[in-house]
Design a binder for this molecule. Structure first.
Ligand SMILES: CC(C)(COP(=O)(O)OP(=O)(O)OC[C@H]1O[C@@H](n2cnc3c(N)ncnc32)[C@H](O)[C@@H]1OP(=O)(O)O)[C@@H](O)C(=O)NCCC(=O)NCCS
Length: 171
């Protein structure tokens, strides 16, 4: 089946929310998956669709990436959220989404990409390592993984990733 990758649009918001609510129920309750979907409010698709991507197969959403160029840090870009349909994982879809983001960020003059995940998300940690991200030193360590304690508020520890990207000419 062919995968089509395209820039996200505002109309994708409801499908991204629905995807999070359905794809994440393998690891969470429906209520927790719904809560997770609140991490991608419509504003991301209104204001950052140019740096966000959707992968589709036969018109159905197969994966998405929500990212943006940092306003405050002119060298940096940030990947906020990524997800791939559990039935389609392990086929290079997230790699394609990340490559599209790296390309866009690099053409916009950015040289570094940041993202974070939860210490419990070993799949995400393995994926980001494989994608060439370094783990940023933290103030604690869990099973050899550097952790930033209370990074997103009390009890919300995070693992922080950073990766350099090669410069590309602007289009
Ligand atoms: C993490 C996630 C996006 C990966 O998507 P995917 O399409 O299966 O990933 P890909 O097939 O493109 O894999 C890219 C590379 O990462 C590796 N990889 C993918 N998942 C991995 C995992 N769980 N552990 C270790 N490595 C992994 C692949 O082997 C591949 O390596 P290679 O290209 O060098 O062979 C997907 O598992 C997912 O949606 N997880 C739930 C959401 C999530 O955790 N998001 C990240 C935090 S917000």
């Amino acid at each position: 089946m062919t995968t089509e990758l395209r820039q996200a649009e505002e109309r994708d918001h409801s499908r991204i929310v629905a995807a999070i609510e359905s794809w994440w129920t393998d690891s969470r309750s429906p209520a927790a998956a719904r809560e997770l979907s609140l991490l991608v409010p419509r504003l991301f698709l209104q204001h950052f669709s140019g740096t966000s991507f959707v992968a589709e197969q036969d018109g159905r959403m197969a994966g998405f990436l929500v990212g943006f160029l940092s306003f405050d840090r002119p060298q940096d870009a940030y990947i906020h959220f990524v997800g791939v349909d559990p039935a389609l994982r392990g086929r290079g879809l997230a790699r394609q989404l990340y490559t599209a983001f790296f390309d866009t960020a690099s053409r916009a003059g950015r040289s570094r990409v940041h993202c974070i995940t939860s210490p419990a998300n070993s799949g995400s940690i393995g994926f980001h390592r494989r994608m060439g991200f370094q783990l940023v030193s933290g103030d604690a360590e869990i099973d050899g993984v550097p952790v930033h304690q209370n990074y997103d508020g009390r009890g919300h520890d995070r693992v922080c990733f950073v990766r350099d990207i090669s410069p590309l000419p602007a289009r």
